[in-house]
Design a binder for this molecule. Sequence first.
Ligand code: B12
Ligand code: SF4
Length: 521
Amino acid sequence: MRKLKIGIIDLVAKAPTRTLWMRVMGPNFVSIMPQVIATWCERQGHDVTLVTYTGRENLVRELPVNVDFVFINSFTEAALLSYALSNLFRSQGAITAIGGPHARCYPQDAQKYFDYVLGFTDETLISEILRDCVRHRPAGLYLSSDHHPVHLPGVSERWKFIERNLRRAPLIKIVPLLSSLGCPYTCDFCIDSSVPYQPLDTEAMKEDLGFLLGKLKRPRVAWHDPNFGVRFDKCMDAIEEVVPPGRIDFIAESTLSLLSESRVKRLRRNGFKALLPGIESWFELGRKSKTGNQIGMDKVRMVSDHVNMILRYIPYVQTNHIFGLDGDEGKEPFEFTKRFLDLSPGAFPAYSMLSAFGQAAPLNLEFQRAKRVLPIPFHFLSNIQMNIKPKNYSWLDFYDHLIDVTSYSYSPRLILRRFLANREIIPRWLNIVRGLSSERFGRIKYFTEIRRHFNTDRPLRRFLEQETTEIPEYFVERIRRDLGEFWDWLPGGAIYHDPNAYLLSQENASCACSIPKARVT
Ligand code: B12
Ligand code: SF4
């Protein structure tokens, strides 16, 4: 096979930006797969340049001249930037491929702008497309392995990519690791609800941790597992075998139901400094938070006791909440969240609006069948802008509640209470910075602006009320402003997408136009 010049772009930012937050934290939000793919490409003898885009890098200058093949990892919020970049690199003769959350959720749309669109990706698939390496236009080839890879290259093999990234993180330096893929739970709104749980080899995990201990004075590791600790004892045994107490700080996302007091004590002993449990709703998903049939204020009290218990051992706890679920109605979900914060002042709340990311979850089919999914441009789909017409709220009521709960959560009084309730320096300051910056001003500003426009901007109101699919100028202008120089590379029509493409692909599953879920042969 010809030796290729391969560029890999990990889009952490969705547009050019110079914010302090991105400067400090951006490099810590890298994905593991771009490093994995870089390693696989090198194993096959290609020249690889991996660039993490945090909003300030010059991508054209950082990738080699005459690059042959460009992989882009993109969340849906960065999809328009990825489309513009694909267009730019294709104009220079490169073949392009997209992978990551956007490709998994909106393959049909991505096919319009890339030669290859990849779902589950393993080493064989990468080697096959590099051997194929030809233009697939006007529609790119969608390819997916049957499942996630069974092994991933370890930290030692990925080290040069990890190290380069850590050098760019000025203050806080985080190394991402995985101990499992998929999830055994089946929360119907989640991308992993139908992906089987797949633990990775604990020997490889021990090797990774041991390697990091030899390279960094006090590594900080973020587990990217969708749900860390499903095989709790195995993971803890592995950590205890290789990591002396206090030598590595860990961060993990885990369901409350996995976090009993004895386990939390063990997590503390093993250096876990931050946990991000999902609470989601006061009315649904009781199994996940181990609150069974309890709903409403009873669930608030139960979850609050649980979170306060965790906070006695773990310095930083972010609780994840979802608004706009169909089970929510009236002001209670928002008021209960406020009561929860009163009862658990040390927790940092993170709010997501219910979002149907294309074909991420089976539940999205129901939303699409009910014609409730709006074609909100991808640029705004980051869990902050709901793209489903709320079942039990008018948009105005919904935004009023959101503004109220967000203002309350990040009010000076609650920020102070959080500061006093947290004991360690980094959690204290992180909560202040987050509370004051993106979470408070960024979101409240956005919600207030949308609400104001809803009253005064007829095209926006008609769009949100599903009377038209014409993208309102309000959104177009924001995309143009955010993308800056990349706007000119955005292919015509890219701000539009079919919000029911998943449903359509299911309905057409037996006809020739459906996407082939097969390897290149
Ligand atoms: C860990 C995680 C994070 C971490 C790390 C993010 C990161 N850069 O990886 C943190 C906490 C920083 C984070 C932040 C956010 N996240 Co997040 N996150 C996850 C989570 C829990 C796991 C993802 C993961 O690493 N899985 C393990 C990998 C190996 O599996 P995989 O992603 O499925 O990858 C497979 C394929 O997609 C493919 N692949 C993956 N990447 C690539 C790249 C290339 C080039 C190729 C070819 C293939 C390929 O190969 C893999 C193996 O089969 C998922 C939920 C989930 N359960 O998946 C949400 C998820 C990815 N996040 C999501 C969102 C919305 C966000 C935020 C926008 C939230 C916010 N408002 O801030 C930010 C964006 C951050 C950013 N721009 O980088 C959404 C994405 C939906 C979408 N279509 O965009 C998800 C799916 C959750 C959800 N709401 O449903 N997240
Ligand atoms: S427990 Fe978390 S990762 Fe697992 S299916 Fe539910 S939301 Fe998804």
